[in-house]
Design a binder for this molecule. Structure first.
Ligand SMILES: *[C@@H]1O[C@H](CO)[C@@H](O)[C@H](O)[C@H]1NC(C)=O
Length: 132
């Protein structure tokens, strides 16, 4: 086997393991840090396999609606610790950036279907992550 063939097999196995680990997280009750790591792994996989799209709040969305979207996400199975006090995405501390994190986390966790970025028509899919 050539070394290129070996690398491809290695990467394929890694992807398989990462996907298996991520799927397992849905049925168990993972610790917050495990589930956060799995979400990060899944997000990286998605970038490689499916092009780059981010779910973002529309520009004219009020803070009140942004807050409702955050609550909706955090009440629907998404780990919101990263945007809570002490979390790595707590700063900048404003509804916009917290909603940006939450809405994209929800969209990504639900399988990156555009319907999961609707948020009562306050979300849209962007080709770039404007927070970076
Ligand atoms: C959309 O609006 C409905 C009715 O007001 C509300 O119950 C629901 O939580 C909203 N969804 C989101 C994602 O904010």
């Amino acid at each position: 086997m050539t070394s290129t063939g070996g690398s491809i097999v290695f990467v394929t196995v890694l992807l398989y393991l990462a996907i298996a680990a991520y799927s397992a997280g849905d049925v168990e009750n993972p610790s917050p840090s495990d589930s956060k790591q799995r979400q990060a792994n899944a997000a990286e996989l998605d970038l490689g396999l499916q092009g780059r799209k981010w779910c973002m709040p529309k520009e004219d969305t009020s803070d009140k609606i942004l807050q409702e979207n955050i609550e909706f996400v955090c009440n629907n199975g998404i780990d919101c610790k990263p945007i809570q006090p002490g979390g790595p995405c707590y700063y900048p501390k404003n509804a916009w950036s917290h909603a940006q994190y939450a809405m994209n986390a929800y969209y990504s966790a639900k399988g990156r279907n555009s319907v999961d970025c609707d948020f009562n028509q306050t979300g849209f899919l962007s080709d770039s992550d404007l927070s970076m």
